[in-house]
Write a protein that binds this ligand. Structure first.
Ligand code: NAD
Length: 498
């Protein structure tokens, strides 16, 4: 059985921990590897090495750091296919979807290649007589990232390329369910010439997360995962004086106006609702058609599409959707479908009991569609994170908007319409972090930043893009006076007011 290794101070090693968890191939249900849950001593050793290595790295010319990023990006491009296979083996998503994830991760490395430009400060000449002021962004030191299972390559790449390009060293704690993609990327980064100790991987569970949150030498933590854990990480991390950005769960609504192209909207809902088996924080899990006629027509268009979904392992080139990540997660999703039926929603397509010949032990759930879902139902209130789309009917545009405003999650949302006025008002008023107009999954490109609102985020910085530069650096502003100095004697007023 393969044992997944930590990567610290430039070397991979097997954790001495006796606590181990299995890693499964969700397509077959077979165990593919074993993951030791590292000890706190191992984390402490990683932080000590990261702290030492950061001193020189933080002082290195940004151009030299950027050159390593360029080489890392080239290696990721070269090995994208292999990386996608590793992702699919442990996550279950289909190959093209995994390739897409790798591509979006590489975009973030691309952004980090521009670090000499991004770190440039500001300069003001003559803020007072012979006085100049400049501001500069300096690295924080050792920073950490704790990541979820659903994007095992992309979400870590949202974090560490920018953090490292800014001059920090990084401790990554990947998801226990699909940890191998991170180790693969670490190898490539080392091959690109990254000095030892700058990127370190320490696998583990809550014990390591807590040790990260409490460690005095870790200055900032980026977290992506479910809302209860995001809130916990934010509260505990900030209580020990760290900067924390913690991105949480979602329940993304798509409003379909009566004037929308319904075929286009139905196709968009298929990709956004069932792609990656619904295990995306930007998946659309609630469709909100406005008006009875729109709702009836939309459900009629969705039903055959959901029934025709091609479900299979990543090795099947025709598969549109793979299994979900674990047996426990599959059971949880099926439990939600049961609950939806119990609470009175209309089950239009039932994905329970889906079996795939030859893959009977895989963790598959068929595409599921509910109609007549109401806001008081559990399947509406909670994040299911599976291939289950709920249709909640709204009588008017205003009803649709207030439905979204009243949900605790506010990661992403979309509206499908041909009416510019409705689209503009929606984008303007909706209290959600990322909005799509006729775009179902409005994930910002790498040179913008990503982040929800309300209980989809804790902390004041979005992730990647320009927000990352602010999060992973601190501002220093220096005011200088040359050459008159203080020869004239002490002063008791602000020089800039003279
Ligand atoms: P999760 O919250 O279970 O786990 C995330 C990380 O937290 C993992 O590394 C895990 O080891 C750690 N963790 C789990 N339980 C913990 C505990 N009790 N104490 C301390 N650490 C703990 O999330 P997941 O199931 O891996 O990922 C799915 C969730 O992530 C969904 O809710 C999804 O919406 C969310 N997500 C959000 C975004 C976003 O950008 N907002 C992106 C991707 C995923």
């Amino acid at each position: 059985m393969q044992v997944i290794e930590n990567a610290v101070a430039g070397k991979r090693y097997q954790s001495a921990s006796t606590r181990r968890v299995p890693v499964f191939n969700p397509a077959t249900g077979e165990q593919s590897a074993e993951l030791p849950l590292s000890t706190v001593d191992e984390l402490n050793a990683a932080v000590a090495s990261a702290k030492k290595a950061q001193v020189d790295w933080g002082n290195l010319a940004p151009m030299k750091r950027a050159r390593i990023m360029f080489r890392f990006k080239a290696l990721l491009d070269q090995h994208a296919d292999e990386m996608a296979r590793i992702i699919s083996r442990e996550h279950g998503k289909v190959h093209d979807d995994a390739l897409g994830e790798v591509a979006r991760g590489i975009d973030c490395v691309d952004f980090a290649c521009g670090i000499p430009h991004l770190l440039k400060g500001e300069f003001s000449r003559n803020v007072g007589p012979s006085i100049d002021t400049y501001s500069d962004r300096q690295p924080l030191g050792v920073v950490a990232g704790i990541t979820p299972f659903n994007f095992p390559a992309m979400v870590p790449l949202w974090m560490y390329p920018a953090a490292i390009a800014c001059g920090n060293s990084f401790i990554l704690k990947p998801s226990e369910r699909d940890p191998s993609a991170s180790v693969f990327a670490w190898n490539l980064f080392m091959d690109a010439g990254l000095p030892e100790g700058i990127l370190n991987i320490v696998h583990g569970d809550k014990e390591i997360v807590d040790a990260i949150l409490d460690h005095p030498d870790i200055k900032a933590v980026s977290f992506v995962g479910s809302t209860p854990i995001a809130e916990y990480v934010y509260t505990r991390g900030t209580s020990t004086g760290k900067r924390v950005q913690a991105l949480g769960g979602a329940k993304n609504h798509m409003v379909i106006m009566p004037d929308a192209d319904l075929d286009q909207a139905a196709d968009a809902l298929m990709g956004a609702g069932y792609g990656s088996a619904g295990e995306r924080c930007m998946a659309i899990s609630v469709a909100v058609p406005v008006g009875k006629a729109t709702g009836d027509a939309l459900v009629a268009k969705l039903k055959p599409r959901v029934e025709a979904l091609k479900i299979g392992p990543a090795t099947d080139k025709d598969a549109e959707m793979g299994p979900v990540v674990t047996k426990q997660h599959r059971d949880k999703i099926v439990g939600y479908i049961d609950k939806g039926v119990e609470e009175g929603a209309k089950l239009v397509v039932d994905g329970r009991g889906f079996k795939l010949q030859g893959y009977e032990n895989g963790y598959y759930v068929g595409g599921t569609l509910f109609d007549d879902v109401t806001p008081d139902m559990t399947i509406y209130k909670e994040e299911i994170f599976g291939p289950v789309l709920s249709v909640v009917r709204a009588e008017s545009f205003n009803d649709a908007v207030s439905l979204i405003q009243n949900h605790e999650y506010a990661n992403g949302t979309a509206i499908f319409t041909r009416d510019g006025d409705a689209a503009r008002e929606f984008a303007d008023k909706i209290e959600v972090g990322m909005v799509g107009i006729n775009v179902p999954i409005p994930v910002p490109v790498a040179y913008h930043s990503f982040g929800g609102w309300k209980r989809s985020i804790f902390g004041s910085h979005g992730i990647y893009g320009p927000e990352a530069i602010h999060f992973y650096t601190r501002l220093k502003t220096v005011t200088t006076r040359w050459p008159a100095g203080i020869k004239g004697g002490a002063e008791f007023t602000f020089p800039s007011l003279k």
